[in-house]
Unconditional design. Structure first.
Length: 314
């Protein structure tokens, strides 16, 4: 059999769902004769019986049940594709709910949400910022931004970009020449971020073969990243923070990048969605704007930093 008429699959599925040719024909808006003929042709093409006809009801055979399960999936996917195509040129409307970590949400998403609202005034944005994971289904979240390393789940994800982790401190916290290698850090004060799974142990790498894991000397623990940044700028100690949060402070001299010749593991930035057949225009439009913003930010990164980030991600 070289090809199959997909209409016959739809007729067959309708008969199984309705339990009779007559009711299936009514649902499809065609005659019972057409439905019966098309299903019979499908059985001849497949060379197997798909339905058992009784005086009261039509039941699928074992082969019919297997085919029906596949037909339902095929037909649903086709409906979703049509619906998604129909919305391709639609304007984003309604309420868009986004969950994200405090630091990334404040730094990147809040300004973008303002720009998005101006571009699409028919769409309202609700940002939920927290350094703990939010249940997307229970809270009716359209998508979430996950910064770091994804865990296995039944959610769908799309990579937006990446970030570097930098060891930083305020000027004066570390005396000049006091830190030459990672082992010199063990006795220095460190601001731990309790939002991280392991806030004290960090692996530094200089080459693919030269790596050191250091346990920091915890002197202050804070459970939100923006507060960790504030304490670090205030001179409470060293800390490890994402580059998108500290690069401006390093440029302004409020922070110093410690051990710039050594790197820490890089992380990813992902948009995470509840499993669905298609996404509404409000979601695809916002994610598209976010990806464009990341591309613009990446184009402003010096080549030396790009090479460092590439080494981190290996």
């Amino acid at each position: 059999m070289e090809s199959i008429n997909l209409n016959r699959l739809a007729y067959f599925a309708a008969v199984v769902d309705a339990g009779s040719f007559t009711r299936a024909a009514d649902r499809l808006g065609i005659t019972k004769t057409v439905v019966s003929q098309q299903v019979a042709r499908l059985e001849r093409e497949l060379k197997t019986g798909l339905l058992v006809r009784t005086t009261r009801r039509v039941e699928p055979t074992e082969a019919g049940r297997l085919l029906h399960a596949r037909c339902v999936m095929i037909l649903h996917e086709a409906e979703a594709a049509v619906a998604e195509l129909a919305q391709t040129n639609a304007e984003p409307i309604g309420l868009l709910r986004i969950a994200a970590p405090n630091d990334y949400g404040s730094y990147r998403l809040a300004p973008l949400a303002a720009a998005f609202s101006k571009r699409f005034p028919a769409c309202r944005v609700d940002l939920m910022l927290a350094d703990t994971k939010i249940d997307l289904i229970a809270n009716q979240i359209d998508f979430s931004i996950r910064v770091g390393w994804l865990e296995d789940s039944n959610l769908q994800a799309r990579r937006i970009g990446s970030f570097r982790q930098l060891l930083v401190a305020a000027p004066g916290v570390v005396k000049k020449g006091a830190v030459a290698r990672p082992e010199d850090l063990a006795s220095l004060p460190f601001v731990a971020n309790a939002a991280l799974r392991e806030p004290l142990e960090w692996q530094f790498a200089k080459t693919d073969f030269e790596r050191q894991t250091i346990r920091m000397n915890q002197t202050l623990t804070i459970n939100t990243t923006p507060a960790v940044l504030a304490a670090t700028i205030a001179g409470a100690g060293l800390s490890v923070l994402p580059d998108f949060l500290v690069l401006n402070d390093i440029k302004a001299g409020r922070l110093i990048h410690i051990l710039p010749g050594w790197t820490l593991p890089a992380g990813g930035i992902h948009a995470v969605y509840p499993a669905s057949r298609f996404r509404p225009p409000k979601v695809t439009a916002f994610v598209a704007m976010l990806m464009e913003e990341h591309k613009r930010a990446a184009s402003r990164v010096p080549k030396s930093q790009e090479r460092s980030a590439a080494r981190l991600s290996r």
